[in-house]
Each structure stands twice: as structure tokens, then as C-alpha cells.
Design a protein around this ligand. Structure first.
Ligand code: ADE
Length: 401
């Protein structure tokens, strides 16, 4: 395998068939995977059904998300939507609710759109990498994974695990996710899967990265391809791949309002102007300019007047991350009257402000089902903790009386 050289890079990716015996490497890897393949639900489902839908759904869910988080959602999703035609019939809201908690929910909007598109055109599944790539939400990575697993097409998959394995194998000491290297890794993976079973080989490299060639302490003694590994030979595992420069973090402070009126909860529909989670149903949240290290206050300072209309109770703060945003959320329980419009009053840095917000009332007992993002679900958790402790206190006070 000869990879392009890059004159600008001090660590040139230049390999030849002398550096890596790819046939032996493939054979060692294949033998290991045949024995060690984990029985992950999408693998079992694919073997049983040969239905590309079960692979498609898994590859969308596995983008940016760890296997452990995917498994329970994957299983319930397929029970609910056993085909793309059934998913096409779901509303946008139902589509999001079926994957709640997984984050990066736009990928499921795309899966929904693609399902509607295929159903409307009365089409079957795409048959090749190029056809898969025409669907919304499917890039090189997902198209390669699906086409190699479902149709045996020789297209290599390159994800973070694969990048790490290849960097170590060749002792590259580079930032693996840079486009220059990504392109060359794809060449190498295409070569690897050009013989044998492409779907199995792709998954074998991913599996090796997930279980053996792990980021911090690789288990080289268990590795089926350690004898091919330059990094093992040079004891440079820790240098491969090089760490990415840290993405600049943006700190955001939000105040969230859990508006409760009896057995109803007040939620809002976030519109296209919302900074986060556009289109989702959630708790009203406003950016506050309070500094991150602000001391905890029992109530937002301006809320003495608001008390007349509605009561505010501070719940425990929590943190949440959305891409590069590090978000600190101060949730409040707001006890409201659901026959009146709800006006929230709060303090920004220099002024007291108020907003009358368009609320959708829903049964309190349905909240868990309705909230899609963990940004909202963490607020609900704080609300539940508060409500269960106050209930307990009320009960024990009554007992004392
Ligand atoms: N990550 C992405 N796709 C995967 C697969 N098919 N198996 C294991 N991990 C994966």
C-alpha cells in the first residue's frame, strides 16, 4: 500500500507493502473477529433479518454516541418502527421522542426525512455507497458502513477508533482527524477491505479500537495484530494519535423554568431562533448574563414582585454540554395558574426583564416522555428530586403532628 506523501507534514504518511503485510494483517484480524465479535443487537438483527433498516438505524445512532447509550434506545426504536415505511408515518415529534436522550437529534430528523423520501418514491433500499450517499444525513462514513455491511461493497470505514488503530499500526504521531490523514486512512481501509468480507473487516477494526486498542491503556498483549504494530515495537502507543488542540469552549449560563400548575406542566416549542435544540419541546430557558462563578441564590433576585403571581423555588444547578458549549443551568420550579398567561420575571445583568411566554400545557405525568434532550431531562430530574423530597418532608411533618 503506498500512501501519498505530503511535503508540508513533518510526519509523512508513507507506507509500502514492506512496512505492513496487509494480507497477513487481514488474515490475523479476520480470525480474531470471528472468535471475538461482540453480539451487539444490530449485528444479531442483521444476521437474522438481512434487513438494511436495522443496520441503517444503528449506524445513525452510533454517530458520536457510545455503544452503551445506543443499545436500549436502538431496541425500543426498532420495536416501534420496524421499517422505514413505519418511521415515515411518525410525526416529527414522535420521531424525536423515539430517540430521546441520545443527543445530536438532527441526525434523526434526517433519518425521518430520508424514510419519508424513500416511502414517497416507493423505493427500496439504496444498493450501493453512491446511492446511500444521496439520502439526507448520510455521509462517507455512514454510507461506507452500511454499504459494506449490507451489500459487501469494498468501502473502508474511518471513524475515531479506526484512526487510532491505524495511527498506532504505522506509528504516525499525527492528529488523525485532519482531512489529509483521514483521506489516506480511507485509502488504506479500502485496500484492507478489498478482499474478504468488507462489512466484517470494517467492524473488526472498529471493534479492535473499542476493546483492545483503547485510547489510554491499550491491551497489546491481547492484540491479534500486535506483531504488525510499529507503535508497539517503538513503545509509542501513548503518542498515537497526537491529541487534537482543544476546541475553544464557550461558557453559557441559562435559567430554566419548570412551570407546574397542579397536574400540568408548561413547556415551550423552541423555534428556529433558539440558540440550542431548535424545534424541540422543552422548558423555557433564558440566557442569563450572571457570571459562571456566581454564588447560589435561593431565588432570582428580581422575583420578589413576581411572587405575587407565581411562586419560584430554586432547584439544584446542573451542567450540560452541547458541542463546544459548556452550559450551566439554574432551574427553578414555578408554581403557576394554568388558566392565566405565564409571565416570567428575571434579572439580567443590568435590568429586570419579563417575558410572557407561549406555553403548551401537558400532563405532568407525560413530561418524561415528551422531553427529548438531556438539557431538559436533567431539569426534570431536579424537579423530580425536589418534589419527592418535599413530599417526604410533608409526610414526616404530618407524622410528627
Ligand atoms: N460504530 C459504528 N458502527 C459500528 C458497528 N457497526 N459496530 C461497532 N461499532 C460501531
Amino acid at each position: 500500500v503506498a500512501l501519498e506523501q505530503n511535503s508540508h507534514s513533518c510526519h509523512i504518511v508513507a507506507m509500502s507493502s514492506e512496512t505492513l503485510n496487509i494480507n497477513k494483517f487481514r488474515a490475523n484480524l479476520t480470525a480474531w473477529y470471528a472468535k471475538n465479535e461482540r453480539p451487539l443487537p444490530w449485528r444479531l438483527m442483521w444476521k437474522k433479518t438481512k434487513d438494511p433498516w436495522v443496520v441503517w438505524v444503528s449506524e445513525i445512532m452510533l454517530q458520536q454516541t457510545v455503544i452503551k447509550a445506543v443499545i436500549p434506545v436502538y431496541e425500543s426504536f426498532l420495536r416501534r418502527y420496524p421499517s422505514f415505511q413505519s418511521f415515515a408515518k411518525a410525526t416529527n415529534e414522535e420521531a424525536r421522542q423515539a430517540v430521546r436522550g441520545l443527543g445530536y437529534y438532527r441526525r434523526f430528523d434526517m433519518l425521518h426525512r430520508a424514510s419519508i423520501q424513500l416511502t414517497a418514491a416507493k423505493r427500496k433500499f439504496p444498493g450501493s455507497f453512491d446511492e446511500w450517499k444521496e439520502l439526507p444525513g448520510i455521509g462517507d462514513y455512514t454510507a461506507s458502513a452500511i454499504a459494506s455491511i449490507t451489500a459487501g461493497e469494498s468501502c473502508g470505514v474511518v471513524d475515531g477508533n479506526v484512526e487510532r488503530v491505524l495511527c498506532r499500526l504505522l506509528d504516525l504521531r499525527v492528529i488523525a482527524s485532519e482531512p489529509l490523514y483521514k483521506k489516506q486512512f480511507r485509502v488504506l481501509m479500502n485496500e484492507l477491505v478489498s478482499s474478504g468480507h468488507p462489512g466484517e473487516l470494517n467492524q473488526a477494526v472498529m471493534e479492535l479500537g473499542q476493546t483492545i486498542c483503547t485510547p489510554t491503556s491499550p491491551s497489546c498483549t491481547l492484540c491479534p495484530v500486535s506483531k504488525h504494530c510499529k507503535s508497539k515495537k517503538n513503545s509509542s502507543q501513548a503518542l498515537n494519535p497526537m491529541a487534537k488542540p482543544k476546541q475553544q469552549v464557550i461558557d453559557v449560563s441559562l435559567t430554566a423554568y419548570c412551570i407546574v400548575a397542579g397536574d400540568q406542566i408548561g413547556l415551550i416549542r423552541r423555534d428556529e431562533n433558539s440558540r440550542f435544540l431548535k424545534g424541540t419541546l422543552g422548558f423555557p430557558m433564558f440566557e442569563s448574563t450572571l457570571p459562571l462563578a456566581a454564588p447560589k441564590t435561593k431565588r432570582p433576585p428580581s422575583q420578589s414582585k413576581a411572587k405575587k403571581d407565581v411562586g419560584y423555588q430554586a432547584l439544584s444547578e446542573y451542567r450540560h454540554a452541547i458541542t463546544k458549549h459548556r452550559i450551566r443551568v439554574r432551574p427553578f420550579l414555578v408554581e403557576a395558574d394554568h388558566s392565566k398567561p405565564v409571565t416570567l420575571k428575571f434579572t439580567l445583568k443590568f435590568a429586570t426583564s419579563q417575558k410572557t411566554i407561549a406555553i403548551e400545557w401537558h400532563p405532568l405525568s407525560k413530561t418524561e416522555e415528551l422531553l427529548v434532550s438531556n438539557l431538559d431531562r436533567k431539569a426534570l430530574k431536579q424537579l423530580n428530586i425536589y418534589q419527592s423530597t418535599t413530599k417526604k418532608q410533608t409526610i414526616s411533618n404530618q407524622t410528627r403532628l
